[in-house]
Ligand binder design. Structure first.
Ligand SMILES: *[C@@H]1O[C@H](CO)[C@@H](O)[C@H](O)[C@H]1NC(C)=O
Ligand SMILES: *[C@@H]1O[C@H](CO)[C@@H](O)[C@H](O)[C@H]1NC(C)=O
Ligand SMILES: *[C@@H]1O[C@H](CO)[C@@H](O)[C@H](O)[C@H]1NC(C)=O
Ligand SMILES: *[C@@H]1O[C@H](CO)[C@@H](O)[C@H](O)[C@H]1NC(C)=O
Ligand SMILES: *[C@@H]1O[C@H](CO)[C@@H](O)[C@H](O)[C@H]1NC(C)=O
Ligand SMILES: *[C@@H]1O[C@H](CO)[C@@H](O)[C@H](O)[C@H]1NC(C)=O
Ligand SMILES: *[C@@H]1O[C@H](CO)[C@@H](O)[C@H](O)[C@H]1NC(C)=O
Ligand SMILES: *[C@@H]1O[C@H](CO)[C@@H](O)[C@H](O)[C@H]1NC(C)=O
Ligand SMILES: *[C@@H]1O[C@H](CO)[C@@H](O)[C@H](O)[C@H]1NC(C)=O
Length: 461
């Protein structure tokens, strides 16, 4: 089932909607976990606890500097702050056909997030693990696999993940740990349970041929803190974006089909000072946002680059991109502004579109800027505009294989067109007002010219 549908995705993207995608929520009794899923993550100072490791990580089955193979076993624990398996200090432990079942709560969420306390499997400090044909189930709020520390590498394949409770990331890499996942299926019912996640200082995730379904607020398919590389992944996040990216992180998506139900298709921000160098790319992919007002791509308090290659952005809102002087808070359910933190700065975003047909607007708020570049046989039907008070900077370029169809008058700082006759513009009677003193506009010589469709390209007054 999985591979057929994913192949369809790369060959005929639009056919995917008719293929049913199965994940563990299709066979687990979700009603048994309603209480768990109602628990809210509490990262306030008291709920979060210290950010440094306060206790040694505890595990029911512990391997230190030991090699082992586990085959056809069921391993479980029912205790707070305790992993089922702790694999550390350069161990190499492989699992095949193993059911790992974890019950028990986290006392301190920061211990769970930064060090993997209470994860079903905690694989740490230069250890390696190959996990195949297994089932990893957690309740009461616990990560599935936590990979921690330089040199720690986890390979997981043909494995199902199911979790209930908050902060239950299925695959969670931190402290430079790396996870390679292929052919995994995951469902999380709680809040803040992004399926493929990194955490500080960085986690590295490589995922192929996989399915993710999350239902809670703050539970995205991907949470980049470090790097995410994904190929052939279908993700549905009912109450979160497809991606959160916090800081100068990197997310590279190919052949993915992400559907998002809250905030935006992707949300790139900096949770502290504005960071420079965040990057995002989609190739041969589809990103769908389900609700009104949700843009496909959202940026706030960050300086970022994105490329959209042979990709479909399907929004209900008609908004392709928002750049805002804003941030998501740790509540993950609204965009906050300077009223909450006076240090928040505008977003500066530069997007290159190639081989894509896009419909919708690009919108900047309060000092933000968007550079939007149509290349390689792309077609854009839409406009740029400032929302709210303040100013915004738009810089739009069109190459001679691409076309732009306007849907309202626009004011741009820079306008560059590889076709000096502007034959690739369909103005529909709308005008492009450009800044005559911007260096990129010298080719326009402050002149007014008529565009195909009757609108004017003219210097702004
Ligand atoms: C674990 O699996 C890997 C990859 O198959 C293999 O190279 C390694 O020797 C295995 N380790 C043990 C302890 O069996
Ligand atoms: C485990 O944590 C839960 C939830 O915080 C708490 O109610 C319970 O008392 C704890 N159990 C133990 C043995 O500490
Ligand atoms: C990993 O190494 C650090 C630093 O030596 C140590 O504090 C921590 O307890 C180790 N973690 C595990 C799970 O062994
Ligand atoms: C995990 O368990 C479910 C329910 O028993 C089963 O349908 C599924 O095949 C199992 N997954 C793997 C990889 O064994
Ligand atoms: C992660 O890598 C950085 C940079 O190499 C290093 O300073 C840090 O100690 C590493 N952290 C862990 C937990 O291995
Ligand atoms: C406010 O923003 C600054 C810098 O952007 C950050 O360092 C600080 O942690 C933020 N404060 C809160 C309460 O989020
Ligand atoms: C856009 O997404 C909606 C909601 O999933 C779907 O009904 C619609 O068919 C999609 N449109 C295209 C052109 O894919
Ligand atoms: C933009 O940011 C303001 C706060 O500065 C916020 O109230 C508003 O909801 C944001 N809108 C979007 C679409 O990001
Ligand atoms: C716009 O951003 C500036 C800081 O860059 C802030 O002082 C101002 O309050 C913001 N305005 C709105 C409407 O959010």
């Amino acid at each position: 089932m999985t591979f057929k549908s994913l192949l369809l995705l790369s060959l005929v993207p639009l056919a995917l909607g008719s293929v049913s995608i199965l994940d563990p929520s299709n066979y687990v009794d979700l009603s048994a976990d309603v209480d768990d899923n109602a628990l809210l993550a509490d990262y306030t100072t008291d709920g979060g606890g210290p950010m440094y490791l306060i206790d040694n990580i505890a595990g029911r089955y512990t391997y230190r500097d030991t090699d082992a193979e586990l085959d056809h076993e069921t391993l479980s624990v029912d205790a707070n702050d305790t992993s089922v398996l702790l694999i550390t200090e350069g161990s190499n432990v492989n699992l095949s056909h193993v059911d790992v079942v974890k019950h028990g709560y986290s006392t301190w969420l920061n211990q769970a997030s930064f060090f993997g306390t209470n994860a079903a499997l905690n694989i740490a400090n230069g250890s390696t693990s190959h996990i195949t044909d297994s089932n990893i189930t957690t309740h009461n709020g616990a990560a599935g696999i936590f990979a921690y520390g330089t040199g720690t590498t986890v390979h997981v394949s043909n494995t199902d993940f199911y979790s209930s409770g908050p902060v239950s990331h299925a695959m969670y890499a931190a402290g430079n740990g790396t996870i390679y996942a292929s052919n995994v299926r995951s469902y999380a019912g709680g809040n803040r349970c992004s399926t493929f996640s990194g955490d500080s200082p960085a986690g590295y995730i490589y995922v192929t041929d996989s399915i993710s379904h999350t239902s809670g607020i703050g539970s995205a398919t991907f949470y980049a803190l470090g790097e995410i590389h994904a190929n052939n992944v279908v993700g549905h996040s009912e109450n979160a974006p497809g991606l959160f990216s916090d800081g100068a992180q990197k997310a590279v998506f190919e052949n993915v089909d992400l559907t998002a139900g809250l905030l935006a298709g992707t949300v790139m921000f900096s949770s502290s000072v504005r960071r420079t160098g965040a990057s995002l790319s989609f190739t041969n992919s589809r990103l769908t946002t389900l609700k009104e007002h949700m843009p496909a791509l959202w940026f706030g308090n960050v300086i970022a680059k994105a490329s959209i290659i042979a990709t479909e952005l399907n929004t209900t809102s008609g908004i392709l991109l928002v750049a805002n002087t804003s941030q998501v808070t740790q509540a993950f359910n609204y965009f906050a502004g300077v009223e909450e933190n006076s240090s928040i700065q505008p977003a500066e975003v530069s997007v290159t579109i190639a081989e894509s047909t896009l419909q919708g607007d690009i919108v900047a708020y309060n000092g933000s800027s968007i550079a939007w570049s149509l290349t390689d046989h792309s077609t854009w039907t839409g406009s740029s505009y400032l929302e709210g008070s303040g100013s915004a900077t738009f810089s739009i370029s069109v190459d001679d294989t691409s076309t732009w169809t306007l849907t309202r008058d626009v004011t741009v700082d820079a306008f560059t067109n590889a076709d000096p006759g502007n034959k690739n513009i369909r103005s529909k009677g709308f005008n492009i007002h450009y800044n005559p003193s911007a260096p990129k506009n010298t080719w326009l010589k402050s002149k007014t010219v008529t565009l195909p469709g009757g609108g004017k390209l003219r210097p702004r007054s």
